[in-house]
Ligand binder design. Structure first.
Ligand SMILES: Nc1ncnc2c1ncn2[C@@H]1O[C@H](COP(=O)(O)OP(=O)(O)O)[C@@H](O)[C@H]1O
Ligand SMILES: CC(C)(COP(=O)(O)O)[C@@H](O)C(=O)NCCC(=O)O
Ligand SMILES: [K+]
Length: 257
């Protein structure tokens, strides 16, 4: 079985792939100081709690936080006796090489999204991923990641208002009924919610215009459904896209031998 690990700037997700489906998905917050032993304590407690039979033989890691990779490598080696594949490292081949400016280190999560999305949908794609940052990953007809857009994440935007302005409270995102807020919280939610609807629409339209073609827009990350409720921003929403991409890259490397 494959243990796929997607480590974002906010959350780290472990998913166990039995070759056909994900039998278990576990989520914890990302901390660079978490040790291999601490990962295992958390992981084994939950696996036991769910009562699943697990036999991990392979581990693949995508991490937007370079400092956590060391402890995750030790975790894989110590508890599963395997050398993990780490996306973005030379030993991890990609089905399609990114076509970006020389010296650019593309976030591994974006390369993984591109691989997962191309496997499912073929080319000419825009993947919109709502994480700590909101990223737009553009995938060419041939499957190459060719660039994209990085915008401040939804929660980050709300948090920035709270941090910078003494009178603005901590607010969670939700869809406001109206655009005109009649209290502080509603005003903040309106700014971020409707601002984001506009941001996603405008960026996707401009990407399509720049590429001079129609493209399939895929929404992923926990907040994609919230934004899709109101407007048809996405052709499809797939919450397991990053995990699927990890299985695709793992398979590709296995086939290479
Ligand atoms: N379903 C959801 N509803 C509300 N907030 C969410 C949901 N999923 C994720 N978030 C929030 O979105 C932000 C990014 O989460 P996540 O996708 O885990 O980011 P990353 O991959 O960068 O770690 C976090 O602040 C998280 O709390
Ligand atoms: C843009 C990101 C911060 C998004 O990370 P996330 O929101 O998933 O934690 C990450 O992909 C990253 O650090 N990228 C490096 C720069 C680049 O992709 O061009
Ligand atoms: K992400």
């Amino acid at each position: 079985m494959l243990l796929a690990i997607d480590c974002g700037n906010t959350n780290t997700v472990f998913a166990i792939w039995d070759g056909t489906e994900f039998i278990c998905t576990l989520r914890t917050s990302t901390h660079h100081a978490r040790t291999a032993d601490a990962y295992f304590t958390w992981y084994s407690t939950l696996v036991k709690h769910y009562g699943i039979e697990v036999d991990i033989t392979d581990v693949i890691i995508s991490s937007t936080v370079p400092r956590v990779v060391f402890n995750l490598r030790v975790f894989a080696d110590r508890f599963f006796g395997c050398r993990p594949l780490v996306v973005g490292k030379p030993e991890c081949a990609l089905p399609h090489e990114p076509k970006v400016d020389e010296g650019t280190i593309v976030g591994p999560d974006r390369l993984v999204n591109a691989a997962g999305a191309f496997d499912r949908h073929g080319g000419d794609l825009i993947v919109v991923d709502f994480g700590t940052a909101t990223t737009f990953d553009v995938v060419s007809k041939d499957g190459n990641y060719i660039g994209g857009v990085i915008a401040p994440g939804v929660n980050l935007s709300l948090e920035a208002l709270h941090m910078a302005a003494a009178a603005l409270p901590h607010v969670d995102i939700s869809k406001p009924q109206n655009v005109i807020g009649t209290n502080t919280v509603a005003c903040m939610q309106s700014g971020v919610f409707w601002g984001y609807i506009g941001l996603v629409k405008e960026i996707c339209d401009r990407i399509k215009a720049e590429r001079e073609r129609e493209m399939t827009v895929i929404g992923t990350g926990g907040l994609a459904p919230l934004f899709a409720e109101t407007e048809e921003l996405f052709d499809v929403i797939e919450d397991d896209l990053t995990m699927h991409g990890l299985t695709v890259i793992h398979e590709y490397n296995k086939a290479l031998g």
